[in-house]
Write a protein that binds this ligand. Sequence first.
Ligand code: PHE
Length: 464
Amino acid sequence: MSIKISERESWGSKVGFILAAAGSAIGLGNIWKFPYIAGENGGAAFIFIYLICIAVIGLPVLMAEVLLGRTTQRNPVGAFKALSNSPYWAAIGGMGVIAGFVILSFYGVVAGWSFGYIFEAIKGSFYDFTEPASSADHFGSLTSNVTWIVGFLAVFMGLTMFIVYSGVQKGIERGSKIMMPILLIILFVLMIKGISLDGSEKGLSFILEPDWSKVTGEGVLLALGHAFFTLSLGMGAMMTYGSYMSKKDSIPSAAVQIVFLDTIIALIAGVAIFTAVFATGQDPAAGPGLIFQTLPVVFTKMPGGYFFSILFFLLLTIAALTSSISLLEVVVAYFVDEKKWKRKQAVIVFGIITFLVGVPSALSFNLIADIKLFGLNFFDLADWLASNILLPIGGLFISIFVAWIWGFDKVLIEMKKGAESLFELHPWIIKFWKIFIKYFSPVLIFLVFLHSIGVLDLIIDLFI
Ligand code: PHE
């Protein structure tokens, strides 16, 4: 008779962790959201502010989250419980688990469109529309088709479940090691293609030459909020991934590599998309429809568009998949660690539940489009709730906990593990991190949060 010792899973290598975490960070946020919000907010100037937000808040909070996970080797709830012994802090971790459901609900729908668009591209459907209006009509007719939208949501959730089901090393790590290089190659090919198009210079200058007159307070806050979303911060995804990390590896260097990959990919996606959009004379500020309505038109107008359209939606689907697995993993890790469930059982139960939570988001484009709460349909509400409420509050409390509650001497001991020589050579790293995590992050995140719920605007109106 063999006695089973339940040993917690871990990454097979440091590269495995970095690719998985970068995979979580790089997703629809980089390829779908970032280009359209940059497009709507003046291009280069917005991008400049976004980069500052990534450096000043994104990187320090990412280090804090990974540290919490690695120190406790627990899911977000278990991590806070282990360090604070307080149900209130554990509830902050619980909010992250709930955010996992909420984000997957709308994320899975957009990822499902992306998956469905691979088939549209293969069928050559895009050749039927040479102008944005017909492309938009086509998008409208697909998303109003309940079978199409719910079907592709189901398929995408199935893929997500399959990877998480296979485990941390055999599923998430292996999947990321295969998918991330493919993603990088496709994106690179698309960028070269975009730059080589006649008239691409206008696209390049749109994202490289800042027009400061276009910067608004709204844009700054948007950039800050997006920095959070794109790095998968504030809901424990990075904490959970950090919990499988070895104490022999350096957190600061891993965090820098993750942030670098995430940022460079968003920029390359921006170059690939805007060079093509400008070269074919389309509108860069088309909003959320930029990818699904404008790009198909762009593909019909460019040489080799058939091939590149398939590549593009494949890229988008892969990016979404490496992120959705991290969302499901937060929920699964909680049930495995805290409730002693088997991984496989947790994946099946919560995979199905997240699919069901996604259904109303999918139906927001057809059957229940008119059902609104606070003026938002279910899909927009889930997006708003996650991006504007749950993630900023989560990030705020994570910074406060690490900077003010845990005890900074203990924080430093943990942070130094695996990074001894780095800190010896560059002691300033720790000083900077301390200042950022103690002051900059909490204050700035709090401002974003106030803005999100409309309080900041009220205060500004009162005083200015
Ligand atoms: N970072 C992912 C993206 O940019 C989204 C995400 C948010 C994933 C939060 C996990 C947690 O698409």
